[in-house]
Design a protein around this ligand. Sequence first.
Ligand SMILES: Cc1cc2nc3c(=O)[nH]c(=O)nc-3n(C[C@H](O)[C@H](O)[C@H](O)COP(=O)(O)OP(=O)(O)OC[C@H]3O[C@@H](n4cnc5c(N)ncnc54)[C@H](O)[C@@H]3O)c2cc1C
Length: 401
Amino acid sequence: MSDRTTVLVLGGGVGGVVAARTLRKMLPERHRVVIVDRERDHLFAPSLLWLMTGKRTPKQISRPLDRLARRVIEVIGGEISHIDPDTRRVRVSEHAHGDDPLSRRLGGVTRDWEADHLIVSLGVDLAPKTIPGLAEAGHNFYTLAGAETLRRALADFNGGRIVVLTATPAYKCPAAPYEAAMLLLDHCRRRGIGDSTKVDLYAAEPGPMGVTGPEVSSQVRRMVEDQAIAFHPEHQVTEVDTSAKTVAFSNGATASFDLLAFVPPHRAPQVIRDAGMVDDSGWVPVDRHTLETRFPAVYAIGDVTGIPLAMGKPLPKAGVFAERQAKVVAHNIVLAITGKGEPASFDGYGECFIETGAGKAGFGAGDFYAEPTPQITLHRPSRRWHLGKLLFEKNWFRRWL
Ligand SMILES: Cc1cc2nc3c(=O)[nH]c(=O)nc-3n(C[C@H](O)[C@H](O)[C@H](O)COP(=O)(O)OP(=O)(O)OC[C@H]3O[C@@H](n4cnc5c(N)ncnc54)[C@H](O)[C@@H]3O)c2cc1C
């Protein structure tokens, strides 16, 4: 047991922040906890859906990562350009510091870090450009910039056809595009343009939230269709014509739109692929309970991982899993460093709110590791679950940043 160890956390999103804060609470101060992210701010992504309809500002849904410094966590702003998982060496091109004239003139430095324990929580790379025309024609509401352009376009929208589409069958937060369709329509109704607005949801997947089983999937489909949203499953977008404002699908169908909102294709971050950490699934394989990778003292958590389930599909990518996995990994690293505590295990439990508009939300929860299929219960939309989501958002920043 070394006297002073360094735990390096890659990524200041959900998994990274929870891991760093949990480690810091439990580890004696002489041990270093370092977190690296290219972004200055931590973004609470679930609230992007409220930002796009004008219910939130960027400031309300993000916090500077620098705040973690008050908790004796070292915060490094920069691009992670190389990871050697065998030696746990990581190269970071640090951003120039705005208030340091020398740093501004020379640009940031590139530094190599060596970790005793490495936690990888780098999420996904979004790749809208892999579908011709998609990025130019539509709004990628999975990013802050895209949710903001959608909010602006929505303000100028005076009725017509809104198309929401998923560009691949698997993406993070499987409820989000369904919520987006319902919230967009709700927004138009509140503006008095509901009668002249039609919302169509084109999904690459066969149905909503397929991992949760046919019953929950059809319940979510009903939530969408009850709102008079037309649902078109198994429509894989191949191309978008920006000037004609039409979407082409692999089955030969086409759809015209006045406003296009989309979930882009996802893939593991380039730096992770270059590090040879992914398998044939395209994601980082881990022990499903400890989140250990095949490299000693290297853990991967959250969206970057690929965890196969008995039913044949992978564990969905969602913040709730990243958070719970981060706590497990932090506990086990503390145990390895200090010898204190009990081994922790990730149990596959997950839950999520499904915003349906009109101040209501549904709520699904259950055991995703259950075999042969996940055991999920979905509660009907009500005001109570919507209030639950508001509370969750408020507590997120209070608890972690
Ligand atoms: C619109 C929307 C709604 C959502 N709603 C929900 C919800 O209601 N419930 C839920 O559970 N989940 C939800 N999610 C999903 C949730 O946000 C993600 O699953 C979660 O953020 C994953 O955490 P993570 O730590 O794996 O990755 P992230 O939170 O994405 O963090 C990854 C971090 O790594 C950084 N990074 C990546 N590459 C590099 C690099 N090379 N150098 C430096 N930094 C890098 C990124 O800047 C980022 O900060 C939603 C997502 C979206 C987009």
